[in-house]
Design a protein around this ligand. Structure first.
Ligand SMILES: Cc1cc2nc3c(=O)[nH]c(=O)nc-3n(C[C@H](O)[C@H](O)[C@H](O)COP(=O)(O)OP(=O)(O)OC[C@H]3O[C@@H](n4cnc5c(N)ncnc54)[C@H](O)[C@@H]3O)c2cc1C
Length: 480
C-alpha cells in the first residue's frame, strides 16, 4: 500500500478520547505558541499537523529559498515535538480536505491554529473555519502569534488605517506594551497511536540542483537557532545597532527576519527580551524596525491588492521598460556597479541581503533601469529566505516611490556614493566580488574610473548614472 493510500485508509484506533488538532503554519515553534498552549490546556491528546498546500498561497507560492528554509524548519519542529513524545504529522493539501480527513481518522473535536494575515490565507481560513464549525461541529480557536498587534487594532483617531509610519509607531505605543510571551503550558498529551504521515522528504522542498551550499553554511534553522541568534545579537550587535545597522560589511543587524517569517520566534519574545536586557537608544531604534514589520503587515491587511497595485494610483501609468536583458544582468550581479553586484551575489549565495543594499539594488532596478518593481519583488521572492509578502511588497513600493509613506521618487540612490559612504573600506565589496579584491579602498567603488584599476573579468558599467537619473525624473514628470 502506498503512503497516500495508508493515509486515506487509516481508521481511528483511539476511541475514548477527543483529540485536539494543532495546525502549524507560520508558527514553527513550541514556545510562545498560543494555539499549542490552548490545546495543551484542554488536556486531550494532541495531533500536531502541518499541511503543505503551496497553491493556496497563489500567486505567491513559496519560492526556492523559502522552501529550503521550510524543509529544515519542519525537521527542527518535528525533533522538538519528539522530545515531548509527540511528532509532526505531515500531509498535503487541499487544507480543508486534509483537515476533514484527519478529523475523521482521529475523532478530533477541536482544532487550533495561529492566524496568518496574507489576503489569500485569510480567505482560505475563513472558509475552512465556517465549514468545520457549521458542517462538522468542530470547535475552532485561532490566535495571533505572529504580530505584536492584531491588524485592525492600530487605527487613526478617526478609525482609519494609517498610511504613514510615524503615526503608526506612535499609535502602537499608545496601544500599550505587547503581551508577555508564554512558556509551554504543560506536558503535551499524545495520541495512543499517531495517524499516518508523509515524511518531510516526500514534500520535495529541497532543490534538485544543489545551489544551496551557501545557505547551509550561513544559516542555522529552527526555534533553538532563532533563540541563539537573538542571544548573540542582544549581547553584541544591538549595542551599536543605530550606527552599525547601515554598514553591510559588519554583522550589525539581527538577521532574525527568516526566523520571524516562519514563526520560529515571536515578535513578543524579541520585544520583551530587549526590554529586559537593553535599555538604550540602540534598542529603541531596533524596536522601531520591528514595528516596520507590523506596519507592512497592517498595510497588506487593509490594502490587499498591494502586491500587484501601486499604493499611489498615478504610478499605474508609469512608463516602465520591458528590458529582459538588463533584468538578467541585475539578477546575476553583472551590472558593473560593485555595490549592486555584491548585493545580488550575497542574495544568491546566502538567501539574504543587507537592508541598506536591498534599498540600493531596488532603486537601481526601478529608477536607473526603469524596470517595474514587480520584477524585482518576484526575484527577491524566489531567492530570499525571509521572503515575506507584506515586507517585500512594502520594501519594493517604498523604494519605487509608489508606496505608502514612500521615499520620494526623486530620491535616486547613487550606487557609487552609497557604496563609498556605507562600505568605506570596501570590505563588503571584496567579500562578494573576489575579482575586485586587489583594488584599493578608493577605486573599488567605481573600478572603471581608473584604467589601471579596472580588472578584465569585471564588466563595464551597464548604464550611465547621470543619464538614467534624468530619464527617471522625466518619466516621473509625465505622471505627476
Ligand atoms: C526592496 C526590499 C525588499 C524587502 N523584502 C523583505 C522581505 O521579503 N522580508 C523581510 O523580512 N524583509 C524585507 N525587507 C526589509 C528588510 O530589508 C529586512 O527585514 C531586513 O534586512 C532583515 O534583516 P535583519 O533581520 O537583520 O533586520 P534587523 O535590522 O535586525 O531588524 C529586525 C527585524 O525588523 C524587521 N524589519 C527591519 N527592517 C524592516 C523593514 N524595512 N521593513 C519591514 N520589516 C523590517 C524584520 O523582521 C527584521 O528581522 C525588504 C526591504 C527592501 C528595501
Amino acid at each position: 500500500m502506498s503512503q497516500s493510500e495508508k493515509i486515506t485508509n487509516h481508521k481511528l484506533e483511539i476511541r475514548n478520547t477527543t483529540p485536539s488538532i494543532v495546525w502549524f503554519r507560520r508558527d514553527l515553534r513550541l514556545h510562545d505558541n498560543p494555539a499549542l498552549n490552548a490545546a495543551i490546556t484542554r488536556g486531550q491528546p494532541i495531533v500536531c499537523l502541518y499541511i503543505n498546500a503551496p497553491d493556496e498561497q497563489a500567486p505567491w507560492q513559496p519560492g526556492a529559498a523559502s522552501r529550503w528554509w521550510l524543509d529544515r524548519s519542519l525537521r527542527s519542529l518535528d525533533q522538538s515535538l519528539r522530545q515531548h513524545h509527540n511528532q509532526l504529522i505531515i500531509r498535503l493539501g487541499p487544507s480543508l480536505d486534509t483537515l476533514q480527513q484527519l478529523i475523521q481518522q482521529t475523532g478530533a473535536t477541536h482544532v487550533y491554529w495561529n492566524r496568518c494575515y496574507e489576503p489569500a490565507l485569510i480567505k482560505r481560513d475563513t472558509r475552512i473555519k465556517k465549514n468545520l464549525r457549521d458542517r462538522h461541529h468542530i470547535a475552532i480557536q485561532t490566535f495571533n502569534a505572529t504580530l505584536l498587534h492584531e491588524p485592525g487594532d492600530i487605527l487613526s483617531q478617526a478609525g482609519e488605517p494609517l498610511r504613514v509610519y510615524t503615526p503608526f509607531w506612535k499609535s502602537c505605543q499608545r496601544f500599550g506594551t505587547p503581551r508577555e510571551p508564554q512558556s509551554i503550558a504543560g506536558p503535551m498529551a499524545k495520541p495512543q497511536s499517531f495517524p499516518p504521515s508523509l515524511s518531510i522528504d516526500q514534500l520535495n522542498l529541497r532543490p534538485t540542483i544543489h545551489w544551496d551550499a551557501g545557505l547551509h553554511d550561513h544559516w542555522q534553522v529552527g526555534e533553538q537557532a532563532a533563540q541563539k541568534r537573538l542571544e548573540t545579537f542582544l549581547t553584541g550587535a544591538i549595542n551599536q545597532y543605530d550606527t552599525d545597522r547601515d554598514r553591510p560589511a559588519i554583522d550589525g543587524t539581527s538577521q532574525m527576519s527568516p526566523h520571524l517569517h516562519f514563526g520560529e520566534i515571536s515578535p513578543q519574545q524579541i520585544w520583551h527580551a530587549i526590554g529586559q536586557q537593553c535599555q538604550h537608544e540602540h534598542a529603541d531604534k531596533f524596536l522601531r524596525e520591528l514595528v516596520w514589520r507590523e506596519f507592512s503587515a497592517h498595510l497588506l491587511f487593509h490594502f490587499p491588492s498591494l502586491p500587484t497595485k501601486p499604493m499611489q494610483p498615478k504610478f499605474a501609468k508609469f512608463p516602465w521598460k520591458n528590458d529582459k536583458k538588463s533584468l538578467q544582468r541585475w539578477q546575476q550581479g553583472r551590472t558593473g556597479y560593485p555595490i549592486i553586484d555584491a548585493g545580488m551575489r550575497q542574495l544568491w549565495a546566502t538567501g539574504w541581503m543587507h537592508n541598506r543594499v536591498r534599498m540600493i539594488v531596488a532603486s537601481f532596478l526601478v529608477k536607473n533601469l526603469l524596470i517595474h518593481w514587480k520584477h524585482g519583488a518576484r526575484w527577491f521572492w524566489d531567492t530570499l529566505v525571509d521572503a515575506d509578502l507584506a515586507n517585500n511588497t512594502q520594501g519594493w513600493q517604498w523604494t519605487a516611490g509608489c508606496g505608502a509613506d514612500a521615499a520620494p521618487y526623486f530620491r535616486i540612490f547613487n550606487p557609487i556614493t552609497q557604496s563609498a559612504r556605507f562600505d568605506p573600506t570596501g570590505d563588503y565589496l571584496r567579500q562578494w566580488l573576489p575579482e575586485l579584491a586587489q583594488l584599493d579602498d578608493k577605486n573599488i567603488h567605481a573600478p572603471w574610473e581608473s584604467l589601471q584599476a579596472h580588472p578584465l573579468d569585471y564588466p563595464d558599467p551597464m548604464i550611465d548614472l547621470k543619464e538614467t537619473r534624468q530619464r527617471a525624473l522625466d518619466a516621473f514628470a509625465k505622471i505627476k
